[in-house]
Write a protein that binds this ligand. Structure first.
Ligand code: ATP
Length: 577
């Protein structure tokens, strides 16, 4: 029994322990559940709070909705209206979409256009840039070649100048041209039936070719005349003023190169000297019309050419002064002096020679001119003062030798290349650049100034007293004219024969022209002859004078021995036929 009791007891004990553990677990579970319960209570309280808030919000919203719904409900559109509106809206939307698409498309096109234009512009700019670079290099190249060409041009210019002067010297510093004027209404032969017949050559003087003139005259009771003369140039009656000036032009180049130049018209009265030198003149004014005119004479053409050449070479800064004198009855009269304008017998300018054999000319008035027009206007103003007379040969015979001088003054003190290169005698006749000759008007200027002179000389006509029919004071004029022309012939004769003494002082004319009658000054003598039989004796005399002048040329250009001495063809006495 006790063993049973012990077992029972242990069983109970274990059971008690088991139960105790279960109770403990249950108690723990209760605690847990109580905690959970408390948490749930808390949550519930929270939700309840939230729900309360939501309820009040809902209530508020509901009341708000109600407040809002009330008016809407009264104006609210009906469903078809809404449908219609929706349809309209859809259409609007569609239109909007279409126009946006259109705008978009246009913008895209513009953009594309703009882009392609920009691309083109960029390409063009690139091309331009490349072209610019090419042009720049070309310009550089051209500039360099221009410099080279300019340098070569300067060199060639110097050579040209040298060659030109050599050529002029080879042609002769003294050249003789002959111009035969046409038969004119005042000529006796003009109405002759033979002269109307074009198959018979009019007159007795003919240009055979450019260098030969033939005088052929078979008069009853006179010996037959059949003579030819050669000159550097012969102009027939039909040759124009322009052609004549064409041969004068090169001399103006020589003038700019620093040489004294003289163009001198020689011949019988009425044979066209003034026409050749100045141009045709109107009866009233005695002055040629000097506007643009195809018959302009050498003087106005030379004035234009001179200023053209000066303008081509502005670096030389040349100044031009003009003086105009007439040699009348062996007196030099200054046509530019103020007194001369009021009194025809005006101030005389004498050419004298001092003991030291230097020519001293009381200088004529020198007017500066700045253009060809100034030059021409000056001549036009003074020419009416020139002494004239109506003779039996023609109505407006010049009774004096007219000398128009243009003096060129340059700033350069060292002289022209022509001065340094040209051969020739050391003093007289050397190019005038670089020296102011003591007797010349240029001597008044400061010593460093240099100059060259252009002299245009319209000589009074040699006259056959019997033909011109002059008497009294006109006869005295004629004697004086013929004497001075004979003195000119003597001077040229002495030069051609290289005589030690040249009689410049025998006449005021030769004295005044001394600078240009010798040395390497360029002298062009234009012999003017009439084609008429009436004047054949004077024509032969004139052509003989020309032939004598050519001897001077040969003597100097050839540089050889002096030409053989010939009896002078000229007489100091007036010609009487
Ligand atoms: N080549 C020519 N063509 C047309 N007319 C001319 C020509 N030569 C001269 N004449 C005319 O002949 C006339 C006389 O000419 P000009 O006055 O030039 O002679 P000149 O030799 O100067 O005379 P002078 O010595 O007496 O003054 C003028 O009317 C002139 O217009």
């Amino acid at each position: 029994m006790p063993a049973q009791g012990g077992r029972w007891g242990r069983f109970l004990e274990q059971r008690a322990r088991q139960l105790q553990r279960q109770v403990q677990a249950k108690e723990e579970r209760i605690v847990e559940l109580e905690t959970e319960n408390a948490v749930l209570h808390l949550r519930l309280a929270q939700y309840q709070g939230m729900t309360g808030k939501g309820d009040s919000t809902a209530t508020r919203l509901c009341s708000q909705c109600r407040e809002r719904d009330l008016p809407q409900r009264s104006t609210a559109p009906t469903t078809p209206q809404l449908h219609c509106q929706v349809q309209n809206l859809k259409q609007d939307m569609k239109a909007l979409r279409a126009s946006s698409l259109e705008v978009f498309r246009t913008c895209r096109e513009h953009l594309q256009d703009g882009l392609s234009a920009a691309v083109e512009a960029v390409q063009r700019a690139q091309l331009c840039h490349e072209a610019l670079l090419a042009w720049q290099s070309k310009a550089g190249h051209l500039e360099r070649s221009l410099q080279e060409v300019s340098a070569r041009y300067e060199l060639e210019k110097q050579k040209r100048k040298m060659l030109h002067n050599c050529l002029v010297e080879l042609k002769g510093n003294i050249r003789v041209h002959c111009r035969i004027r046409p038969l004119l209404p005042f000529d006796k032969e003009f109405d002759d039936p033979a002269s109307q017949d074009s198959s018979v050559p009019a007159g007795v003087v003919h240009a055979v070719d450019d260098e030969t003139v033939l005088v052929k005259c078979d008069r009853p009771a006179h010996p037959l005349i059949n003579k030819t003369y050669n000159f550097e140039r012969v102009y027939g009656p039909a040759e124009s003023q322009q052609v004549v000036f064409g041969d004068v032009c090169p001399l103006l180049t020589s003038l700019l190169d620093g040489y004294n130049v003289c163009i001198l018209a020689y011949g019988q009265t009425g044979c066209g000297k003034s026409y050749t030198m100045l141009g045709p003149r109107s009866k009233e004014a005695h002055v040629p019309p000097w506007g643009p005119h195809r018959d302009l004479g050498i003087m106005p053409r030379a004035a234009r050419e001179l200023f053209r050449l000066i303008s081509e070479n502005p670096s030389k800064s040349l100044k031009v002064d003009v003086s105009i004198v007439e040699v009348y009855n062996n007196d030099i009269l200054d046509l530019l002096a103020k007194e001369r304008r009021t009194a025809v017998s005006g101030p005389k300018r004498d050419a004298r020679t001092s003991k030291a054999a230097k020519r001293e000319v009381s200088p004529p008035t020198r007017q500066p001119v700045h253009s060809a027009e100034d030059f021409i206007a000056l001549a036009a103003g003074s020419l009416p003062l020139r002494a004239r007379l109506a003779t039996q040969v023609h109505a407006c015979s010049s009774r004096s030798h007219l000398i128009i001088t243009a003096t060129l003054t340059a700033a350069s003190p060292c002289g022209s290349p022509a001065d340094r290169q040209s051969p020739g005698p050391p003093l007289e006749g050397r190019p005038a650049w670089g020296r102011a000759s003591p007797g010349s008007p240029g001597a008044q200027r400061p010593a460093e100034q240099v100059h060259a002179k252009l002299q245009l000389v319209d000589l009074a006509g040699s006259e056959c007293v019997g033909v011109s029919g002059v008497t009294g004071s006109a006869l005295r004029e004629t004697l004086s004219i013929n004497r001075s022309l004979a003195a000119l012939a003597d001077v040229l004769g002495a030069l051609s024969e290289r005589r030690g003494h040249v009689p410049y002082r025998n006449s005021q004319l030769t004295h005044f022209l001394q600078d240009v009658l010798g040395g390497d000054a360029k002298l062009l003598v234009i012999l003017c002859v009439s084609p008429c039989q009436t004047h054949v004796a004077e024509t032969l005399r004139c052509l003989g004078f020309g032939a004598q002048v050519r001897q001077v040329q040969r003597g100097q250009a050839g540089g050889g021995s002096a030409a053989p001495r010939k009896p002078s063809l000229f007489s100091k006495e007036p010609v009487t036929c």
